[in-house]
Design a protein. Structure first.
Length: 383
């Protein structure tokens, strides 16, 4: 057991501005890319297993496994299946027959971090993948489970390393204050745009909410549709917090996932015509106000650019810097077409499927933004 009495623990305390987040990248990337632990202990929070680790540099990290330990220990090599070769459901227009088999959420955290940086949002701390021997990883505590995995023949466990953020706070995006404005039910208060103080703060919050909804739409993350998953901290009121359940439906979301553009469920529950007995057929209002700077970046990454400027290509280039590249292929899904109800054939999808899916998703988003521009005009839509 390491003596931590003389260690000054370093956590994330300031990421309220883009410059502060870039400073975090410079400070943390070195320790994250060459991690050596002083301590590493399991802690219970949320659905998937997590660990709190202290590095030799004093940096504190949350450690999220990328795959389940039994799969890593067995050296399981899963078949890689072309998503676009799967059968298409005539009823939904989506490729049916797969379900998320995720327990380890680390791969989606890594991929979502790179999406954040490619979009220029800078609302995630730096997140890096790493590969550890089970003999090393489980050597820091003496629990029965740790001993069991440590005593297995050597295998390697892929994980995501996430800087520990102090003082995470819950944030509730109000329909009356922000939702109605983003879906065009009311105008942006004129004094918000050019004001200082609290009014300027409200306008910045409005833009951050819109950016968050766009981000979740692109990565197919349904987790923030629940109000409890909106979080802030470290000087940033609205973090892009916890993307472990992104790409819920594989490389290409279902058509019904367009409802992500409607924001959290609490917003649609307050819209005219909504009722519990009709919620399945209710068509929620999608946001139609967006950050002008983000839309400019989306167009740069869109289908009208060169091959090397498009979203999928740029994201691939960013992902190459991660030790677990290509990252996406650590995600696994159940093939529901399988004959065995016990194995259900866990499968991977190749990186190209996810990159193509992101390009398709971006094309769909830009078409929606263009529709908003036609209906309401640039001055109302782009903020």
């Amino acid at each position: 057991v390491a003596d931590l009495s003389g260690v000054v623990e370093r956590t994330v305390r300031a990421m309220g501005t883009r410059e502060e987040v870039r400073a975090l990248d410079r400070e943390w990337m070195g320790p994250l890319l060459s991690p050596r632990f002083l301590s590493l202990h399991y802690f219970k929070h949320g659905f998937s297993p997590k660990y709190r680790g202290v590095l030799h540099s004093g940096h504190v990290v949350a450690v999220k496994p990328v795959v389940e330990e039994p799969d890593a220990a067995a050296g399981l090599t899963l078949p890689v299946v072309d998503f676009f070769g799967l059968k298409t459901s005539r009823r939904s227009g989506s490729r049916a027959g797969t379900a998320d088999a995720r327990y380890g959420q680390g791969w989606a955290e890594i991929a979502a971090f790179h999406v954040d940086r490619v979009l220029g949002l800078y609302r995630k701390p730096p997140i890096v993948g790493a590969l550890f021997s089970n003999h090393y990883f489980y050597s820091f505590n003496s629990s029965a489970i740790a001993r069991a995995w440590r005593n297995q023949p050597e295998y390697h466990l892929p994980v995501a390393l996430v800087p520990w953020i102090d003082s995470i706070e819950h944030f509730t995006p109000k329909w009356a204050h922000y939702g109605r404005v983003l879906v065009m039910e009311t105008k942006v208060p004129r004094h918000w745009r050019d004001a200082r103080g609290e009014d300027a703060h409200r306008f910045a919050r409005l833009l951050a909410l819109s950016d968050t909804i766009v981000f979740d739409f692109l990565i197919d993350d349904h987790d923030r549709m629940n109000a409890q998953n909106w979080r802030g901290g470290a000087g940033l009121e609205l973090l892009l917090w916890d993307s472990g359940l992104a790409w819920q439906h594989g490389p290409v979301p279902r058509d019904s996932c367009d409802e992500l553009l409607c924001g959290p469920r609490t917003w649609r529950e307050q819209q005219d015509g909504y009722s519990l007995d009709k919620k399945d057929g209710f068509e929620c209002k999608k946001i139609c106000r967006f950050s002008a700077s983000l839309v400019s970046r989306l167009r740069e990454l869109g289908p009208n650019g060169t091959a090397t400027s498009q979203f999928g290509y740029v994201l691939r280039k960013s992902l190459r810097a991660d030790p677990l590249f290509p990252v996406f292929e650590y995600g696994y899904f159940y093939d529901l077409h399988a004959s065995s109800r016990y194995s259900r054939h866990k499968v991977h999808f190749p990186l190209e499927n996810f990159l193509d899916g992101l390009d398709m998703r971006l094309h769909r988003l830009l078409a929606h933004i263009d529709t908003c521009l036609v209906l309401y005009g640039e001055h109302q839509v782009l903020l």
